[in-house]
Structures are given as structure tokens and as C-alpha cells.
Design a protein around this ligand. Structure first.
Ligand code: PA5
Ligand code: NI
Length: 188
């Protein structure tokens, strides 16, 4: 049966959706090959394999014409000097997506295969992901970073593209901030 009109609430601490669909937990072991320092990644896996991020979805299914939503929570942390992040993906069916910052301080890294762009994400920031740009989220703060994603149900997730092409930039803590409000640095 088709989805009927309904409303969804943010749960306590913006960490959940009510009603809620599936919950995904990504541990360090799920991020193989993504951090520049593979030895540091392997040590983190051996040393408790911490949860790096969770994704809770609304009950709206990932099917054509629907607009599913999800809240991602990335915990604060660094591996090999690199901030904790999502795997990152490309939409096989190129369609746009919007993110809304809810809590904490993050970055939205976008890469089209040639050019990389960095959007600072704070509570209330809407980050727009144009079709065909791979995207990864990064927690550059000391608190959990949370955002709401809204995306076309037919967009899909291609994780292999990011493994093959990278994301153009990496986010590390800056030893000396380069700008007045910047506490991160981005290097190739
Ligand atoms: O739809 C999105 O882009 C997000 O909900 C992501 O799927 C989520 O942030 C987790 O990232 P990834 O799918 O790259 O592991
Ligand atoms: Ni996406």
C-alpha cells in the first residue's frame, strides 16, 4: 500500500526519529581502506573496534518517488590524526540530497572526481549535495555531530566509487588554525 501522510518527530537529543525505521551502526572495522593511516586504523579495530557513527532512518522506504530521511550521528574521534567520518558514497542514480545540521560541528565534503568542496556544518546549516557529487560527512568537533539527510528513494548508495577515487581532501586537526574561526585543516 502507498505511504500515507504522517509526521515525524526528533527524539531526545535529536538522536532518533519517531517513528523510526532501521538503525545502522558503523564500527571502525566497517571503514577499511578509508583512513590514510592504515596502521592506525588496524590498531583502532584491534583496540575495541569503536562505533564511529550510527544512521537511524525514518519508516519511508528507499523506493522511487519517495523521500526517505535519516539522522546520522558521528562520534568525536581521530584515527591517525584524521577526524572520524562516514564511508562516503556516490548516488548511482544521480540525484540531489539535502543535509540539515542538528548538533555539533561537522563538515560536508563533496567530490565530483576532479574538484573537492568543503561545507562547514553547524546546527541549522542546510548543505546541498548536487547530483553526481560524492559526499562524506566528518566530525571536526569534540561533541557528537548530527545531521538530518533527505534524499530521493531511488538514488542508491555506491560505496565502491569512493574507495576507488577517494574524496579529494582529508580533514585533520590543524596544529595552528589558519583562520579566526577555523579549527580544522584540509590537506590532500
Ligand atoms: O543519505 C546520506 O547521504 C546519508 O544518510 C548517509 O548515508 C549517512 O550519513 C551515512 O554515510 P554513508 O552512507 O556514506 O556511510
Ligand atoms: Ni547520499
Amino acid at each position: 500500500p502507498p505511504i500515507q501522510p504522517f509526521s515525524i518527530s526528533f527524539g531526545a537529543d535529536n538522536a532518533t526519529l519517531e517513528p523510526q525505521g532501521q538503525v545502522l551502526t558503523r564500527r571502525m572495522s566497517d571503514l577499511e581502506g578509508l583512513f590514510a593511516d592504515g596502521d592506525a586504523w588496524a590498531r583502532a579495530v584491534a583496540d575495541g573496534d569503536p562505533v564511529v557513527y550510527t544512521v537511524v532512518s525514518s519508516p519511508v522506504p528507499e523506493v522511487p518517488r519517495e523521500l526517505p530521511q535519516s539522522i546520522t550521528t558521528i562520534y568525536p574521534g581521530e584515527t591517525g590524526g584524521e577526524f572520524w567520518m562516514t564511508k562516503g558514497h556516490q548516488h548511482p542514480d544521480p540525484q540531489g540530497e539535502i543535509y540539515l545540521g542538528l548538533d555539533g560541528h561537522g563538515g560536508l565534503l563533496l567530490f565530483d572526481g576532479e574538484r573537492a568542496e568543503w561545507l562547514e556544518m553547524r546546527p541549522g546549516t542546510i548543505g546541498y549535495i548536487p547530483p553526481s557529487w560524492a559526499h562524506r560527512s566528518i566530525n571536526v568537533g569534540d561533541e557528537p555531530y548530527r545531521f538530518l539527510a533527505v534524499y530521493p528513494g531511488s538514488a542508491g548508495h555506491d560505496y565502491g566509487w569512493v574507495v576507488a577515487h577517494g574524496m579529494g581532501l582529508r580533514a585533520r586537526r590543524a596544529s595552528a588554525p589558519r583562520t579566526g574561526n577555523g579549527d580544522t585543516t584540509h590537506v590532500d
